[in-house]
Design a binder for this molecule. Structure first.
Ligand code: BTN
Length: 253
């Protein structure tokens, strides 16, 4: 069989490393626009304007955490982007598992939890032309070595770092190497059109599966039972016996 070059994406190659940036997503976006290949990544020691979903800040102190953004050029349309963030969350969860023996969960759409607290978040930003995706910047933040003093009072209650969970300092270079390796394998499957394995991994560790949650959808908050993540990345819920799929939302409780 003829080898398809796109199946060989090396996530994290080349890798640009900075002491301080506004946001690694800004840097990766520039690299994408300069035509750097798929897999190119930008990491930083700290971010002065780290951002999260829903226009939130991502607190990014200089403390040996992971702030990394990867340029991807998947042949997909915009509807497939949520699944790509699920892939990112699975990659992070798998990597954390290699360093921490306890339970690691994915909170839809793309948070990773340890001890039911947030350890990682993913922000996928994309450039499109018409309905085609030109590039996706997958930005990944992992609290590796943050201490609780890095978080403000509200965040303290809901955040954790790998070093807090394990009681020992995490090696950032090693973590990043494993993360790239895991993402590379998952992305290879994804490029081949194999989504089932990734989806199963996400659903096996889905936070609050089969439980009733409050979920903010648009300007409403509803109560529903979480069933599973669908293969487009949306969340299947059951409300009052009726099934519906949520594309954009936030589990609040
Ligand atoms: C979220 O949980 O809302 C997503 C957080 C994503 C944070 C990462 S850190 C690296 C990259 N650069 C950013 O500014 N954001 C992402």
């Amino acid at each position: 069989m003829k080898k398809n070059k796109t199946f060989l994406t090396k996530i994290g190659t080349p890798l640009f490393s900075f002491d301080s940036v506004t946001s690694t997503n800004d840097i990766a976006k520039k690299l994408a626009e300069l035509d750097f290949p798929e897999g190119t990544a930008a990491m930083a020691g700290r971010q002065t304007k780290g951002r999260g979903r829903l226009e939130r800040k991502w607190i990014s102190p200089d403390g040996e955490n992971i702030y990394v953004s990867i340029v991807l050029r998947p042949k997909i349309n915009c509807n497939d982007i949520p699944f790509l963030s699920i892939l990112g969350a699975v990659g992070v969860a798998k990597t954390i598992k290699e360093f921490y023996k306890g339970q690691v969960l994915i909170k839809w759409p793309n948070d990773v939890l340890v001890k039911e607290k947030k350890i990682s978040g993913i922000l996928s930003e994309l450039k499109t032309n018409a309905d085609n995706v030109e590039h996706v910047i997958m930005g990944i933040g992992v609290n590796l070595n943050s201490s609780l003093k890095n978080f403000d009072e509200d965040l303290k209650k809901i955040s954790i770092s790998l070093s807090i969970a394990t009681g020992k300092k995490a090696n950032r270079e090693l973590f990043l190497e494993k993360l790239f390796e895991n993402l590379k394998k998952l992305y290879k499957d994804y490029q081949k059109g194999i989504k089932t394995k990734i989806l199963k991994m996400a659903n096996d560790i889905l936070f609050k599966k089969n439980k009733t949650v409050s979920i903010a959808v648009g300007d409403k908050t509803i109560k529903a039972v979480i069933k599973e993540i669908n293969n487009d990345g949306s969340l299947r819920l059951i409300k009052d016996g009726t099934r519906f799929d949520c594309i954009n939302g936030e589990i609040v409780k």
